[in-house]
Design a protein around this ligand. Structure first.
Ligand SMILES: Nc1ncnc2c1ncn2[C@@H]1O[C@H](COP(=O)(O)OP(=O)(O)O)[C@@H](O)[C@H]1O
Ligand SMILES: [Mg+2]
Length: 373
């Protein structure tokens, strides 16, 4: 680390762009990863997550943009620091362990730059960090998936990198193992005070593990925020629908903080620009009450014990889900009244936040409009 680097982000990408023919795999990505944080890069398959990691690791050259690690430019105009000189550790999706080398020698592989005499102590300390100190002589095939994962992590940690990059680190594990291994990996990274970026398409994984989540779609980053902010203040409709459960309704502005929707007039979280919007309703914020003259009809009900998910259809064919406690007071076909707790988030037709502060991309607000309606 540079002596004056304490306040600098561990990783900074600016305007990072990578094209494959006509595909823009990574499109002007700006990202700052604070030192010591666990940051998730979250997005659907094919959105460019692996490409970002490979660019940061130096395994790929971008078409444009700058990458700084600990304040040093490693990629930029006229600069392309070799991968092995970036001080970045990588854990690949398939772990990429050498099958013919035992665990200790796999871990030692990342230490080839060190004098031979220093390597055993570093291997032992990395293996102890991941709780595999007794398994150094085993071959990768003699380990469970979770243990192989920890060997890959030990190999990446052993050289003491500034940054570790993990590509879909949990996707090869059985669902039954995944939650435990996630927690283990988080504990190990925290114990090592290791800055790490992990890629995932699983929103639950990103929300539950990361300090910061960068949501990506079609090569672009939509929002970088804490899990709580992403969930409660999604910046775009894509984020709202990709992160957590969300149902959408059309709406039209009825006042600065009011929107008319098929389920009535609702308050919004921010002052609205004029016009037609889409509002997002989360299942846990939708309350239902049995009412013979209610505007909704229960069309489906999934009972989970600790809670239940009830689907309601309202006029116009719009469907909304409500997550409710275990008490069973509704059945299919029942009529209900709907009540949304708290304000809703509204998006414009481009999927951007429809608040007053955001610039309308191609439609300036009309000056004759009564903004205090
Ligand atoms: N070597 C390559 N050649 C051509 N297209 C590629 C290559 N690698 C990735 N792509 C394309 O770039 C886009 C992003 O890919 P990737 O970064 O692997 O996405 P993710 O990891 O989010 O699933 C996809 O459309 C993919 O098909
Ligand atoms: Mg990928």
């Amino acid at each position: 680390m540079r002596p004056d680097a304490a306040d600098l982000p561990a990783l900074r990408c600016a305007g990072l762009t990578k094209r494959y023919g006509n595909t823009v795999a990574v499109d002007h990505v700006d990202l700052e990863v604070p030192r010591g944080s666990l940051t998730a890069l979250l997005g659907p398959s094919g959105c460019g997550k692996t490409t970002v990691l490979r660019l940061v690791a130096g395994l790929l050259d971008p078409d444009a943009g700058v990458i700084e690690i600990d304040g040093h430019v490693v990629t930029g105009p006229g600069v392309a620091v070799a991968p092995e000189r970036r001080n970045v550790g990588m854990v690949f999706q398939d772990y990429a362990l050498f099958p013919h080398l035992n665990v200790a020698r796999n871990v030692a592989y990342g230490l080839r730059h060190l004098p031979r005499s220093e390597r055993p102590a570093r291997v032992a300390s990395a293996l102890s960090l991941v709780g595999l100190e007794t398994l150094g002589q085993r071959l990768p095939t003699e380990l469970s998936g979770g243990q192989q994962q920890r060997v890959a992590l030990a190999r990446a940690l052993a050289p003491g990198p500034d940054l570790i990059l993990l590509d879909e680190p949990f996707s090869n594990l059985d669902a039954s193992l995944r939650a435990t291994v996630r927690e283990e990996v988080r504990t190990i990274l925290r114990a090592a005070e290791q800055t790490a970026v992990f890629v995932t398409h699983d929103q639950e994984e990103a929300l539950s593990l990361a300090d910061l989540v960068a949501v990506m779609d079609q090569g672009r980053i939509h929002q970088v925020a804490t899990p709580q902010t992403l969930y409660t203040q999604p910046a775009t409709r894509f984020v709202a629908e990709f992160v957590g459960e969300a149902d959408v309704l059309p709406g039209s502005r009825a006042g600065r903080y009011l929107v008319d929707t098929p389920i009535g007039r609702l308050p919004t979280d921010r002052a609205l620009r004029a016009g037609e919007v889409t509002v997002v309703v989360r299942p846990e914020s939708l309350g239902l009450r049995p009412a013979e003259d209610g505007p909704g009809v229960v069309t489906a009900l999934s009972y989970f014990g600790h809670d239940q998910l009830v689907t309601v259809e309202v006029e116009g064919g719009y469907r909304l889900r409500s997550r409710r406690g275990p008490g069973l007071d509704l059945a299919r076909g029942d009529r209900v009244r709907l009540e949304v707790a708290g304000p809703v988030v509204a998006f414009d037709r481009h999927g951007d936040h429809a608040d007053e502060a955001a610039p309308a991309p191609d439609r300036p607000p009309s000056s004759s409009e009564d903004v205090h309606a």
